[in-house]
Design a binder for this molecule. Structure first.
Ligand SMILES: [Zn+2]
Length: 316
C-alpha cells in the first residue's frame, strides 16, 4: 500500500488522508504518546491499508495501538472500524453509547445508508462493514476519560450533527477532535482571509439548537486548535465559531422558508447551493463558481436532504 498524505501537527498528532472522495476530504488523526497509539476516525474500509502504512511509517507495530476512537458512526468516519479492529489485535473501539450497537451489528447502519445512497454506491464508496466483537467495544459517555500512554483524552457528548457524536479533548496539545460538530473546512476553499468553514446538516439527526450548544461547549475549553475530520487543523476558532452560528441560522431560515408546497427537495437543494456559494464568495476564495460547486456538490445534496429530514421530524 502506498503511503497516504500525512501531515505532522506536532504533539504526536498526525493527520492522515483517508482517501475518501478526493485528496484532503477526509482525515484520520493518529495520536502517539510514549509509543502507544490511537486513531481518531478511520475513514472507510478502503482507508485501512493506508492508515496501517502510516502507522508503520511512524515506526509503530499494530500492537502499539490501544484505541480506535470514532467521533460518530457515520460511514465516512466509522466505515472502516471493523477492518481496523481486525488488523489491530490489542485495540479497543471507543464509541458513543448511542453508536456502540451499530458497530457490533452494522446491518442497520448499512440499511440506513443504502436507503440514502443505494446499495451499489455503498459497496463502491464504503466497502463491506465488518462487525466488531462486543467485548472490544468501550462506550464513552459524557465526561469519560481515557489515558493513552499516560496522556488524558476527555470525551464530550456533542449532539447536533448526530446524537451518537462525541468530541475528544486533548489537554496535552490543547486540541479538540471535533468530527463534524465544528463543521467542515475544505482546504481548497481557503482564501487570504484564512480557512473557510461550513456547518453540516446531513441526515438524519441534524438538531440546530443542540448543535449550537455543542459548538459553544467546545469553546469553553479555550482550544488552540480544532481538528476536523474534513479537513484537519484549524486555529481561527473564534471567527469560525461565529460564522458557524450565523450559517446554521441561515440554513434553518432556508428550511423554514421552503418547508411547504411542491418540489421542496429541489428548492432546498437550490437554496443550499446559493447559500454555500454566497459564503465562499464572501470569504474571498479565489476559485471560479463552477469549481466551488463541484467541490461542494456532495455537501449541497446531503445538507438539503438533512434539512428535509429535520423539517419532517420537527413537524411531528
Ligand atoms: Zn463526515
Amino acid at each position: 500500500m502506498d503511503l497516504p498524505a500525512l501531515e505532522d501537527l506536532g504533539h504526536g498528532i498526525t493527520a492522515i488522508d483517508t482517501g475518501f472522495v478526493r485528496p484532503s476530504f477526509g482525515a484520520s488523526h493518529l495520536v502517539v504518546e510514549n509509543a502507544r497509539a490511537a486513531f481518531v476516525d478511520v475513514g472507510t474500509g478502503y482507508s485501512t491499508p493506508g492508515l496501517l502504512a502510516a502507522l508503520a511509517a511512524k515506526g509503530l507495530p499494530p500492537e502499539a495501538v490501544d484505541y480506535v476512537i470514532l467521533t460518530h458512526v457515520h460511514l465516512d468516519h466509522a466505515g472502516g472500524a471493523g477492518h481496523m479492529m481486525r488488523a489491530l489485535p490489542g485495540a479497543r473501539l471507543v464509541v458513543h453509547p448511542r453508536g456502540a450497537r451499530h458497530m457490533v451489528d452494522p446491518s442497520k447502519l448499512w440499511e440506513g445508508a443504502s436507503a440514502v445512497y443505494g446499495e451499489e454506491a455503498m459497496r463502491r464508496d464504503y466497502g463491506e462493514l465488518v462487525p466488531v466483537d462486543a467485548s472490544r467495544v468501550l462506550e464513552a459517555p459524557d465526561g469519560f476519560t481515557l489515558e493513552l500512554g499516560g496522556r488524558p483524552l476527555v470525551f464530550l457528548d456533542t449532539p447536533g450533527h448526530a446524537r451518537h457524536h462525541f468530541c475528544v479533548w486533548d489537554e496535552a496539545s490543547r486540541s479538540m477532535f471535533t468530527g463534524d460538530t465544528f463543521g467542515l473546512s475544505y482546504r481548497e476553499l481557503a482564501s487570504p482571509h484564512g480557512a473557510f468553514i461550513l456547518p453540516t446538516t446531513t441526515p438524519v439527526q441534524f438538531e440546530p439548537e443542540a448543535l449550537r450548544r455543542s459548538i459553544d461547549r467546545l469553546l469553553t475549553y479555550l482550544p488552540a486548535a480544532m481538528l476536523l475530520t474534513h479537513y484537519s487543523r484549524v486555529t481561527e476558532i473564534g471567527r469560525m465559531a461565529a460564522e458557524l452560528h450565523e450559517r446554521i441560522d441561515e440554513l434553518v431560515a432556508l428550511g423554514q422558508a421552503e418547508s411547504g408546497g411542491r418540489d421542496r427537495a429541489a428548492r432546498l437543494r437550490k437554496g443550499v447551493e446559493a447559500l454555500f456559494l454566497g459564503w465562499v464568495a464572501e470569504h474571498g476564495t479565489p476559485l471560479p463558481a463552477d469549481r466551488v460547486r463541484e467541490l461542494l456538490a456532495l455537501d449541497i445534496e446531503l445538507n438539503a436532504q438533512g434539512l428535509e429530514v429535520w423539517l419532517d421530524r420537527d413537524r411531528r
